[in-house]
Design a protein around this ligand. Sequence first.
Ligand code: PLP
Length: 287
Amino acid sequence: MVLVDGKLVEPEAARVSLFDHGFLFGDSVYEVVRTREGRPFLLDAHLARLRRSAAEIYLEIPFTDGELADQVRRVVREAGHEESYIRIIVTRGVGEIELHPATCRRPGLILVALPLRRPPERLYTRGIRLAVVGRRRTHPHSLNPAAKTGNYLNNVLAVIEARRRGADDAVMLNAEGHLAEGTTMNIFFVSGGVVRTPALESGILEGITRGVVVRLVREEGLPLEEGRYPPEALREAEEAFVTSTTRDIMPVYSVDGRVLESRGPGPVTRRLIRRYAAFSTPRSAGR
Ligand SMILES: Cc1ncc(COP(=O)(O)O)c(C=O)c1O
C-alpha cells in the first residue's frame, strides 16, 4: 500500500509528477524502516535522521514527527502485511524544470509499505561477498554521505561494479582512500580481537543499526574502535559483518575474492547476531 500526499493507493497505481524535483534531480530525502511484530522498529531514530537529512539539503519538512509516525502506522495498517518494509520519501515537490526550488510550493510525502523480504539465507549461513570498488563515496563537502537522499547514483554504480566482479555488493572508500561503507550498509570487522568500524568522520551514513550494534558491542564488554582504516584492514580481518535495517547483522564471507579467516560467520559476529536478536524482540526494544 502507498500513501501519496495523504491519499491511499495500491503500489501499481501510485504516481508522482514528472515535475517533482525528487524525480528530476534526486532532490529528496528518505528512510527505510521495518516492522517487527507489525510495529515500526526504531521509528523515532529514523524520523530524527530524516530530519537531519532534510536539513543537509535545505529542505524543511512541514510535518511533525507525530504526524509522520501516524501516517507510517496508517500505511502499515492498511497494507496488512505480516511484516512491512516501509519507505518514507519527502521530495522537494512539484515545480518548474529549473534547479532552484523556488517554484516548488510544498514538499511531497510518499509512504510505501511492502511485504518485508529477508535477504537470501546463504548470505547469513555463508556470508556476503564484498568487493572494494574504485567508485568513491562522495566527499562530505559534496553531497554529504551523512544525508540519506534520493540521489543514490554513486552507490548504484558501485553495486553494478561489484556485481561485474562477481561480488554481492560493494565496499566504498572515501576520497582519502579509507574504508567508508557499503552501498546500503555499514561495515564492521574484527582484527586483533578488537571490533572496528569506520568512524562517522570517514564520511558515512550514521546507520541506525550501526548505532545499536556499537552500543551492544560495548555492553558485551568487547573492545571497540571507531577509526580510519585502509582497505587492507578489511581484507585481512579475522571476521567481518555488515549492518542495515533490512539485513540486521550479516556476516562477510570474502573481500575482493579473498575468503576471510572465519570462512563465514565468526565467533564475534555470531555473538552479536544473538545479542541483536534479543535486543530487537519488541519486548526489549524500549518502545
Ligand atoms: C549508504 C548507507 N549506509 C548505511 C546504511 C545502513 O543504515 P541503517 O542501519 O539505518 O539501515 C544504509 C541504509 O540503507 C545506507 O544507505
